[in-house]
Structure formats: structure tokens, C-alpha cells
Design a protein around this ligand. Sequence first.
Ligand code: ADP
Ligand code: MG
Length: 603
Amino acid sequence: MNSDVVGIDLGTTYSLAAFVTNGRPAVVRDAAGAALVPSCISFHDDGTVLVGSAAKERALSDPDHTIFSVKRLMGRTLAELKEELKLIPHQIAEREVEGGRKVLTVNVGGREHTPEELSALILKEVRARAGNPTKAVITVPAYFDDSQRQATRDAGRIAGLDVLRIVNEPTAAALAYGLDKRDAGVVAVYDLGGGTFDCSILQVADGIFRVLSTNGDTFLGGDDFDRAIMSEAAKRFAVELTNRDSETLQRYRDEAEKTKIALSSSESVEFKDRGRRTTFTRTEFEAMIAPLVERSIAKCRAAMADAGKTEVDEVVLVGGSSRVPLVRRRVEEFFRRKPHSDLNPDEVVALGAAVQADILAGNRKDLLLLDVVPLSLGIETLGGVVDKVIHRNSTVPCRETVRYSTAVDNQTAILVNIYQGERELTKDCRLLGQFKLGGIPPMPAQLPQVDITFTLDANAMLKVSAVERRSGQQAQVEVRAAHGLSRDEVEALVLQSVEHAHDDFRQRQWIEYKNKAEADLRHAAKAMAASGAGLTAEERSAIDSATRVLQAALTGNDPAVLQRAVTAFGQATSPLAELHMNAAVKTMLAGKTEGELDRAIVK
Ligand code: ADP
Ligand code: MG
């Protein structure tokens, strides 16, 4: 091997490694030509541990000591795994460690193993087959959350690997097809594996990939197809499948997968168990899995909508389950493009990881990979409103600057509270961090110019800096923008923001008009005290009545009424504003504001 950085696809069902050799990526094969290592581990009483096909075979005769689908357990808590536990015939427990953090353990043969340790065993096997390289790029599903990514990194470390980068699987697949070389266009990556589904919409331009959007389901894959066959066969044989009989469960699971794979190339296949037989036709199978396939198509539709696209130029098929003819047909119909399928769909992710590894090893400098921000980032402005600075689905890395100001006269400091989330008010978003920008010279409200810049890098580190342009005062903070939420939780948040959009918007409008009304009343009172003597009687009474209307509107709750009152007040006070203009500078008062007032930030 002429590269010491290996690309590894650590799959739920299969894992494999690839290297770039002489500028071309190639998967690592064993003497028999097999590249895929089943993500299976078996423990024996004599202390030996088997990984890969040997363990998978063993699953049949000794299911209690064989572990699979570890990836589903990575970085998760027991509470999140209800659905999974029904299907994984092992004792899974949770142990509390320092700091109240909970660690999942899998008990096999009287010993506890963490998912990270188990994944490390798979990685070690894959690493050994690749000639024991020391550095790696490991891929994960696009919507793996922060703790799942961290668990994957930890697994790599335990396996003796320096994990240079965690890369999204769909992005790696597009790289494997060399789609960076095509003219500008849009690429859809459809990845249906054993346990997870991802759809990503990428933009390619000038050799650069940009992920426009991603969507998917961590609970959708070929395992579900197997389950459909398993339960149908059990029904036909009048057999009850339960977790307690893990041997029968495993036998059915194995036979169901064989039947499914055979149905990708044959029209009808026999499912056999202990002398009993039943035939599955492809038509029957397609009817069974059609709702699952449609679920994946619905996710593609959502990804397209998020990307703001109605058509794509290329479609890439990824994952062993994309070999199912119905899946290919539906993907082609939906995207109205013939999908790429020249590379083995279960190898493309590893090949892409190898290309990324090669880039990180410094052998290719022509590529830059971009990801998207899953939840919007912003700051708190007056009244508990979140003003979004970086919007959801922006491409990473990114940088945005927005100008703000003070809301109160002589405000010498502002407190920058950084929030993450889709809702309009701080109470419905998550506080990521805060810092104070002090030393602003006393000035009337709205005069300071505070530029707040958000810089988000590829590793989800968010730098927020603030500079007051007149005085040059600056301050900054660095926080982790990783959300630590599962994909479902992110989706639920986005959904909530849509559900509450109307109310949230009304509340936000109310706060903004209220801020304006209060500031206007304050300024007018001050101007009145200083320059009111120059007004005519009519002007004065117009201001009085507009003030009463505005104060009344403030006690109500209708933003439209308040907006009209603010406008009317502005008109009534315009003669006063004119009078006061020249005197304005003189109204600057010395003195400082602190505490509560620091939060008075406006756009
Ligand atoms: P993962 O990324 O989840 O580890 P893979 O991309 O390797 O998964 O896909 C594994 C899934 O693909 C399994 O459910 C397997 O049964 C399925 N699979 C592999 N080959 C075929 C085939 N020819 N037809 C249908 N399904 C297949
Ligand atoms: Mg995969």
C-alpha cells in the first residue's frame, strides 16, 4: 500500500476499507476476493473473539454470543433504542459513569462491552486486512448526531487509528464516482443500506461539492425488507418469532436475507426452514416492501424541497439494498434520471472515503467538501427574539456578519447570547453560549454599530465575534455548534417551527413593534423636554393624542394595531423630531448602564 491513510466504511451490516493506489481508489479484498466484512462479532467461552464472516456463520449455531448491528447502538441511550431492542437479541443495559453520563453496554458471555469497544473490534479487523495503517477516514450516515459521530471517533481510537475525519457516506459516494469532474450540476445520492437510509442533494461546480440538503431515516433499510419476509414466512409456517428464541430468529433472519438477495435477480425464490418450504415471488416481495420504498421516496422529495430543486442532473445509487429492482425503478421514476450504478453500491462509500483520505494525506488539493448546517444559529435581540445569523441548510464552512446596535442610550456593553434552533423566541431555542462586548463609549441608542460575525468551520466549531465599529472594541467566543440531537429530534424541531410559524411570527412582530414603540416614546419624551417649547398648540395636541393611542395599543396584543399606532406616532412627532434634530447631540448624557440593559440589542 502506498498510502498510510485508509478510507473505512463502518457499516451497520457490512464494513470495508479502501486505499488510493496510483491515483485510483480500490477496495481491500481478501485472498478469496471478498471486500465486505460482515459487521458481526462472536465471543467464545475460551476467550477467542471472531469478527466478520466467521462470526456471522457462528450467529446461526450460537446466536447468544454473536453481536450484529452495533452501529445502531453507537452514541445512543437506552431510551432512544426501544424499537431496536425488540430486534437485537442481546442483553443491553445502561451504566452511569462520572458526570451522570450514561453508557450503553452489551452483555455477552457474562462480560460487558460498550458499542465503541465492539465497533473497535470490527475496525481492527478491517484495519488488519488493510495492512495496519495508522490513520483513517471513517464514514457515517449524514444525519448521525454529534454523540454518534464522537462514538465512531472513539471506536477508531480504540482500534489504534488516528481518525483524521468523519465523512458523510453520501458525500463520499459522489466523490467515488468522480462527479467533481463534471460541469456544474445537481446530484442526488440515494443510499439504502442494511439499517439506514440517506438522501442527499449535492451541487457540483468547479470541482467542488456542496451539500444542498440531506434527509433520511435511521430506521429504514434492507433489514426491514428481511423482517417483512421473516414475518410473512413465520405466518405461513404458523411459527411465533420471539426474542426469547434467538436461534430461530437468527435462522429466519438469515434465510430471509438470502431470499431477498436472490429475488433481486430471480422472479421467484424458495424460503426453506427445517424441511418446510414456501415460495416468494418478486411481485409478492415488491408488494410487501412498497410502503418502505415509498417512505424513502418521501424523504427524497423533502430533500429536494429543502435544496430548492425540482430536478437533478445525476443520481447515484448507494447501499446493498439499492440493488432491489423495485428500488431502482422508483428512484429512476422519481428523479427522472437513470442512476449511476457502475460501481458496486456497497463499495462506493469506502472508495469515496479513500479519495477523501488521499486528499487529507495531501495528495490531492483540488477538492473541498462541504456540509450543511442542520439547525439555524443566531443571537438574542431585545425582548427575547432570536435573530438568525446562519440559516438552517447553509453550507459549511460559512461566515455571516450582521450589524446590530444598542437599544438604550449610553449603553456601554452588550451581552451576546448565541442560540440554536428554528423558532423565533429564545425560550424555544437552545442557548449555546454567551459573551459580553464592553467598553462601548456612551452614545445615544442606535448609534453604535456592532458587527457580529458567525464563523462555522467543517468540524462544527462556531466562532462568534463582535466589533463596535466606532470605538473598535471587540470580543469573541468559540462554542461547539454540534447539537447532540438525533435526526428525529432535529426533524421534530423543524416540524415544530413550521407548526408554530404563525404564532411565533405574530409574537416576534409584537416584540419588534413594542421595542420600537417604547424607544419612540422615550425619545419623544426627551425631545419634548428639550425642544417642546417650539411646537404649536395643534402639534402638541396631535402628539398627545398619538401618545395615548400608542400607549393604549401597547396594552393590547394585536401587532397590526400596534404597527399602525407606531406609524401614526411617527407622523405626529415629526415636527418635534425636526426641531430636536440640531439639539440631538447635546442630549447625550454621561453615565453607564449595566446588567439587564446589556441585553438591549437591536438590528
Ligand atoms: P450498510 O451500509 O447498512 O452496512 P450495505 O450498503 O452493505 O449496508 O447494504 C447491506 C444491505 O444490502 C443488507 O440488508 C443486504 O441484505 C442488502 N443487499 C446486499 N446485496 C443485495 C442484493 N443483491 N439485493 C438486495 N439486497 C441486497
Ligand atoms: Mg452503507
